[in-house]
Design a protein around this ligand. Sequence first.
Ligand SMILES: [Zn+2]
Length: 321
Amino acid sequence: MQHQESGWSVGLDIGGTKTLAVLLDPSGTPSGQVRLPTERGAEAVVDTAATAAAQLLTRADLTADDLTGIGIGLPGIVDPVGGRVEHAVNLGIESGVPLAEEVSGALAARLNGRGGSRPVPVRLENDLNAAALGAAHLRGEGGGDLAFLALGTGLAAGLVLDGRLHRGVGGAAGEIGHLVYQPGGRPCPCGQRGCLEQYASGTSLRLAWPGPGDRPAPVALFEAVAAGDEAALAVQREFADAVAAAVRVLLLTADVAHVVIGGGVSELGAPLLQVVRERLDHSARESGFLASMRMAERVDLAPHGVPVGAVGAALVGRKES
Ligand SMILES: [Zn+2]
């Protein structure tokens, strides 16, 4: 297959509710975006992916020949080598689907004559891994060491080491949400009790602080803290302690330059970063060793308003994974 090292690429971040597509120019700068609702099932996912990619190409007046490739990040178990999705429950894909090949075919059919002389290569990656690559790239640390900590429905991290994704032998590297944090604590769907995910995820926050239904639980919690609510402060402290524990695990295990916090909860922005840094500083005051690692300085937020996952997927499309 013809491979062009530094052409344009398209990245697709396919989530449970929306599909975000970004066009990356040859210099690696995002230069166009499309957002479409995600519909469930393999056929609908293929259709949406091909539609989004075709729209980006048409708007930028590019043909398929201008593309180095397309990368797709999605929440599930993927076989990056074979281009297959083995399992993606949130997308309604429950058995192996050769998604890469199907998207490539569907795009060629859509471009209808403007498809160029070859099928566009499509590569798949887990969405968290794609986001880790995107975060490293956007920070200008594409060749370095970084962990992307996603605080969403669950808690997990993606690891970029020496500029490359570290997936582990079974693809489970970074699944720190299932480290036991409180022995005998809250039950976890994984079968254990007291998993970190039960204390440091969007879901755990929602359970601990149901709050008013008109705004996201993390926002309601932080507003209550700002208004002086003691119970809210205790919930926030427990949450921040657990997130700080996740950051410590990543820094002590992989000694990455930065832990970048993303996922839905990260939309809280600076107030979230501030409480997590405060809890890291708190633990550093009790330990000269932790203090020497300057952990609070090494944690940061994913850039706001930038589709980190789609940018990372586009890098996967360029084969930079
Ligand atoms: Zn668990």
